[in-house]
Design a protein around this ligand. Structure first.
Ligand SMILES: N[C@@H](CCC[C@H](N)C(=O)O)C(=O)O
Length: 274
């Protein structure tokens, strides 16, 4: 099976053309391929499929390293756009893709950067896998006899956002899994730790659902800006620093789509027997 290894700010992917080759990827095979000692090694596997409807160019499927199929991958979306153009699957630099639960638009801006229309952030708890009925700007969640104040929203995939004074001292390895697996989130959740430098600049670390801490999480960066703008402490355009680099996020508020701009890097092409 042919694949490309790519990354978005160190959040790394194997991307597979499922149009020109027949692939049969069980969660067991994906787990084996994602192993960084015995396999290729990646955070997520992205599968390119033919579109199933006329309004989109491709079907975009995302699998976490444990084989779970999930709804969204922001860094992966940028790499998806670069991949389909590099491999000649499209001649267009502006494409529309269908994920598990939303349609997103990707634009190749230059040889480095890609813009993604991520769609609208969703704040209604009834539309997020979140056992809570009352829609709030902030939630108080009981975690190991502590009460954690956080935001909860969906960028297609679920996100929980905590604000901290200094994320380099964050207890991410303790709080991350406790929130990821909290009973309030029946499909688990991605957990972002956000430090506000000023209203146009934040620094975040993300403990990703099924993965743990990654070098970057695009949908996590989007979720942090949406939470900050909704609560009035961030502006419409924010620079987000992650461990692996920076993203530019832009959101005009409720009812509007959120945009993310960042790099997409091709590392190598490979071929593996599965
Ligand atoms: N790294 C991705 C998020 C990938 C999926 C996430 N772990 C989930 O389970 O929702 C991104 O850049 O958004």
């Amino acid at each position: 099976m042919k694949f490309s290894k790519m990354h978005g700010l160190g959040n790394d992917f194997v991307i597979i053309d499922g149009i020109n080759q027949k692939v049969n990827l069980s969660s067991k095979i994906i787990s084996k391929l994602s192993n960084r000692n015995f396999g290729i090694g990646f955070d997520q596997l992205l599968l390119v499929e033919s579109s199933r409807n006329n309004s989109c160019d491709f079907n975009y499927r995302v699998f976490n390293s444990n084989g779970n199929e999930v709804e969204q991958c922001g860094n992966g979306a940028r790499c998806f756009a670069r991949f389909v153009y590099l491999k000649g699957l499209t001649l267009k630099k502006n494409i529309c893709v269908k994920t598990k639960n939303r349609i997103i638009n990707l634009t190749l801006l230059n040889d480095n950067d890609v813009s993604v229309n991520m769609g609208e952030p969703i704040f209604d708890p009834k539309k997020i896998p979140f056992l809570c009925n009352k829609k709030k700007k902030r939630y108080k969640i009981h975690v190991n006899n502590n009460i954690i104040t956080c935001g909860v929203l969906s960028m297609g995939n679920p996100h929980c956002i905590l604000q901290e004074k200094n994320v380099s001292k964050s207890k991410i390895k303790i709080l991350g899994p406790l929130l990821e697996n909290n009973a309030l989130f029946p499909e688990k959740i991605n957990v972002s730790f956000m430090e506000v430098i000023n209203n146009k600049h934040i620094k975040i670390r993300v403990y990703e659902r099924d993965i743990g801490e990654t070098q970057a999480c695009g949908s996590g960066a989007c979720a942090c800006v949406a939470y900050g703008y909704l609560n009035g402490f961030l502006s419409q355009k924010v620079k987000v620093d992650l461990l692996g680099g920076s993203l530019d996020i832009f959101w005009e508020g409720l009812g509007k789509p959120l945009f993310m701009i960042g790099s997409a890097t091709h590392v190598y092409d490979g071929d593996i027997n599965i």
